[in-house]
Design a protein around this ligand. Structure first.
Ligand SMILES: Nc1ncnc2c1ncn2[C@@H]1O[C@H](COP(=O)(O)OP(=O)(O)OP(=O)(O)O)[C@@H](O)[C@H]1O
Ligand SMILES: [Mg+2]
Ligand SMILES: [Zn+2]
Length: 516
């Protein structure tokens, strides 16, 4: 592990702790007002400054120059605390300390006055790991704390600390350090250490560190140790076994633009370089999550401006629903990829599923254009790029006064009637009427029974009176003749694929043509 930076760069003053101003300012205040609790508890994720803050606090209350929120860091006591050798300051790592009995004895010893320091100070790291007997000793002391004792506890798992202990502590929640704060801090560290590193590279480290300054510093240190010259994005990505950001951006762009060739090329490239496809998938998930959140108008997202700008540009023309759908597919498919023995094929399949939907959006547009009685796009050629597809109910006035229009109307206003009529095929009868052909007598009877209701609805929909005849399809051998249009329609309507497409896109069947 790369630990040199962690030790060398450990903050020595509250002001040097990055991103935790909300807690350090309160702690400093308490010290200045002389209102010290007997027990502090610092909770938060790994590597965000809890132990560092605990040490600074120990110095603040024990400094030979007097109680101060800015300890001198130069007196004997301050130096001893920095070096972890102060006799009255006990640092206990509950996670790694195996001799539990000793911890209990140590805590019970609290009642004896400190020998040199102002306070007998116990810094207990990972306090949730204390044994039962140690917790009991701690509780006993916390219930009747001697004047000269202060506990500073730290934990990454607050939920595991007993409530009886928590209720006697002043609690401070440390948080993940933002990408921006991490980048800025790393940049100043790099400058101090004469490390030549690009902003892109810093950004990748900061994103990967996920809020932990210790991890971020470790990655910077590692990069500096493996590379003598300038450290750029590619160096860091290579070091972390990550897919290059440029490749990632290319892949995102290809997905958004529905460019199947580019998508498959990108996946192929990533695979060829031996990158972890699951990690690529996670990055994709994260990027899509960010795009959805940005599209929803949330700007407080923890991303560097460059990255935000890139994503904003990418999604400018894409409707929220579509991004959301893509993200949903990705989330649901994560398990597939994780447990797949053929991850490349699985990944490709998922991505193709994502990008194939937009062409369906085009169909939806096509349908709405047909509704407004315009000529459909020439067959065989893709329609122009999808404008935002809105999945609203078509306004009643825009529906053609045809049987199909009526069905669309029913679909939105009378599902049961729609469901019943969807099982029959309609064809033109005489005098502008409609013949409903049913597949069998049973259905025909049902329709006839419902006819008064149907006519009532139809009267409201059609501008003029419409006659409805109900017929039963005669059983005829189909192979010997071309099916009549009404039969072709009936057959098409039986297909589950057709049903699904109609339901998904709120559509109706205008015409059925046999495949040549
Ligand atoms: N907020 C911060 N500002 C500046 N440096 C930090 C910060 N947090 C962590 N570091 C760096 O990481 C090192 C380790 O931090 P520290 O031990 O304080 O973290 P921690 O929260 O106690 O982590 P853990 O829960 O793993 O013990 C520090 O020595 C310092 O170099
Ligand atoms: Mg710690
Ligand atoms: Zn001092």
């Amino acid at each position: 592990m790369y630990q040199v930076f962690a030790r060398k760069l450990r903050p020595q003053r509250f002001e040097e702790i990055v991103g935790q101003g909300h807690v350090t300012s309160v702690i400093k205040n308490a010290i200045e007002m002389g209102r010290l609790p007997h027990a502090f508890i610092f909770s938060g994720p790994r590597g965000v400054g809890k132990t560092s803050a605990a040490r600074i606090l120990a110095k603040a209350i024990n400094c030979e120059k007097g109680l101060s929120s800015t300890p001198c860091n130069a007196c004997g006591l301050c130096e001893d605390i920095t070096a972890s050798r102060a006799v009255d300051v006990f640092e206990i790592d509950a996670a790694s300390n195996t001799s539990v009995e000793n911890i209990r004895d140590l805590i019970e010893n609290a009642r004896y006055a400190p020998s040199v320091a102002r306070y007998k100070t116990f810094i207990i790291d990972e306090v949730h790991m204390l044994s039962r007997s140690a917790f009991n000793a701690l509780l006993k002391t916390l219930e009747e704390p001697p004047e000269h004792v202060i506990f500073i506890m730290a934990t990454t798992e607050l939920a595991k600390v007993p409530l009886t202990v928590l209720s006697r502590c002043q609690r401070y929640d440390f948080r993940r350090i933002s990408v921006k704060e991490t980048m800025d801090h790393l940049a100043s560290v790099a400058a101090g250490e004469h490390i030549d590193i690009t902003r892109d590279a810093l950004m990748i480290i900061a994103l990967q560190a996920d809020g932990s300054m210790r991890d971020a510093q470790g990655m910077l240190e590692h990069a500096a140790a493996t590379r003598s010259g300038r450290i750029d994005a590619a160096v860091v990505e290579d070091m972390l076994g990550m897919v290059e950001r440029a490749t990632m951006h290319g892949l995102l762009e290809a997905i958004i633009k529905k460019d199947v060739t580019s998508v498959l090329d990108s996946v192929g490239k990533v695979y060829q370089y031996g990158h972890d496809l699951l990690q690529l998938y996670r990055s994709l998930l994260e990027s899509f999550r960010n795009m959805v959140v940005l599209k929803a108008g949330y700007t407080g997202i923890s991303l560097p401006e460059e990255e935000k700008d890139f994503l904003q540009g990418l999604i400018a023309e894409v409707p929220f629903e579509e991004l959301h759908r893509m993200l949903t597919v990705l989330i649901h498919a994560e398990g597939d990829l994780k447990f797949s023995s053929l991850p490349k094929i699985t990944l490709e399949t998922v991505l193709l599923r994502i990008i194939s939907a937009p062409s369906l959006v085009d169909i939806r547009q096509l349908i709405s254009r047909m509704h407004s009685e315009q000529a459909p796009a020439p067959a065989g050629r893709p329609s122009p790029p999808a404008a935002p597809a809105v999945r609203n109910k078509p306004p009643l006035s825009s529906l053609p006064r045809s049987w199909e229009g009526f069905m669309t109307f029913l679909k939105d206003h009378d599902q049961p009637m729609y469901g019943m009529l969807a099982t029959v095929s309609a064809s033109d009868g005489d005098q502008g009427g409609v013949i409903l052909t049913c597949a069998n007598q049973f259905i025909a009877d049902q329709i006839r029974k419902a006819l008064p209701e149907i006519l009532k609805k139809a009267q409201a929909f059609f501008p003029s009176e419409i006659g409805i005849q109900v017929a039963v399809q005669e059983a005829q051998p189909q192979a010997v003749r071309k099916p009549r249009p009404s039969e072709a329609r009936a057959n098409a309507m039986k297909s589950s694929v057709v049903k699904e497409v109609l339901a998904e896109f709120n559509g109706v069947v205008r015409d059925v043509k046999p495949i040549e």
